[in-house]
Design a protein around this ligand. Structure first.
Ligand code: ADP
Ligand code: MG
Length: 320
């Protein structure tokens, strides 16, 4: 039964890479990292009832389980290469595994990620993915490089995924259908910013992906870099769907504290900002200036008059 499931996964996630000496099927995979590079390795779990609701579409789960991991590689400026997949399933549900593997394969094809192994076992529904990527030695984008005077930017738009979650929860009848669909799509099918991470390797001083909420995640950058960060609430980038669906204060709360966007938030020295904008424009990625790095510590969200905006809760905390 377990082997039937593994075969189903292997048949659908069959992307081949020359640097995979031995993939699924032995006690361990044999992999050949390129010389002169460091391996960037990251893992993330999705648990039913915690990270996704009961009954979530398996195809979306397959996509998202890989996407949240690739987002961590993007934030390091790494090129993805290999993945491991641990599936914990309540029962041997072939149809679930087929759809899950198809969603996983869809995204892995985009980024040429080979699935090289994993584990399949019985238990409450949970998914673990580990990804490996390459970065030229010493060139990774880290959280600890922000300097006082740097500018703070974010790719894309913020708050959409959290707004999508609210659409699912509230079934707000007033919300326009198109806006709902767009917001829920951001929640279910996040697009890891791999190309942006690679481009930012040249210019950014620090980088993180927005998984738990902008303020919470930039708090990690501030702490690791030994600096403070001030954000302009009115500058936070919003999608047309978010603008259509929420008033200003609800919108700012979603943008500042909503998780699951998987955009990149990063710092850049002022004299590198022009090159950064040019490099991102070249790959079709928008970036918005949202704040600045200052002396001190922590992250402050400021209104148009420079007053602190109180936040209900600074992001997603796993054990709260
Ligand atoms: P072992 O007993 O050595 O742990 P398994 O029977 O668990 O081996 O797995 C057999 C092979 O299938 C291994 O190569 C393992 O990496 C791979 N595998 C198991 N589960 C998965 C999965 N969910 N996705 C990808 N590969 C898997
Ligand atoms: Mg095993």
């Amino acid at each position: 039964m377990e082997f039937d499931l593994i075969d189903r996964i292997r048949a659908r996630c069959d992307l081949a890479r020359a640097d995979v000496v031995l993939g699924i099927g032995d006690d361990a995979a044999l992999l050949a990292p390129p010389p002169g590079h460091e391996l960037a390795v990251s893992t993330d779990a999705l648990v039913e009832g915690v990270h996704f609701p009961r009954g979530a579409a398996p195809r979306d789960l397959g996509w998202k389980a890989l996407a949240v991991n690739l987002s961590d590689l993007a934030a390091m400026g790494a090129t993805p290469a290999w993945a491991l997949l641990t599936l914990v399933l309540p029962q041997a549900d072939g149809a679930f595994v087929d759809a899950f593997a198809e969603g996983f394969a869809e995204l892995s094809a985009t980024h040429r990620v080979a699935l090289v192994g994993g584990d399949t076992t019985r238990g409450p529904l949970a998914i673990g993915v580990t990804v490996h990527g390459f970065v030229p030695a010493g060139r990774a984008l880290r959280r600890d490089g922000a300097r006082v005077g740097d500018l703070v930017f974010a790719t894309g738009t913020l708050g959409d995924a959290a707004a999508g979650l609210r659409c699912l929860d509230a079934r707000d009848a007033e919300l326009a259908h198109d806006a709902r669909v767009a917001l829920i799509e951001r929640l279910d099918r996040p697009m890891p910013r791999i190309a942006a991470g690679l481009a930012l390797r040249e210019t950014a001083s620090a980088c993180i992906d927005v998984s738990d909420g902008l303020v919470a995640d930039l708090g990690h950058v501030a702490r690791r870099s030994g600096v403070g960060i001030e954000l302009d609430a009115r500058a936070l980038p919003a999608s047309p769907a978010l603008l259509a669906a929420f008033d200003e204060s609800a919108r700012i709360a979603l943008q500042a504290t909503g998780g699951d966007d998987y955009e990149l938030a990063f710092t850049v020295a002022p004299d590198r900002a022009g090159d950064m904008q040019r490099d991102l424009a070249r790959i079709g990625c928008g970036a918005t200036r949202i704040g600045r790095v200052v002396e001190g510590g922590g992250v402050r969200l400021l209104d148009g008059e420079g007053r602190d905006i109180g936040l209900p809760r600074a992001g997603w905390e796993h054990f709260s």
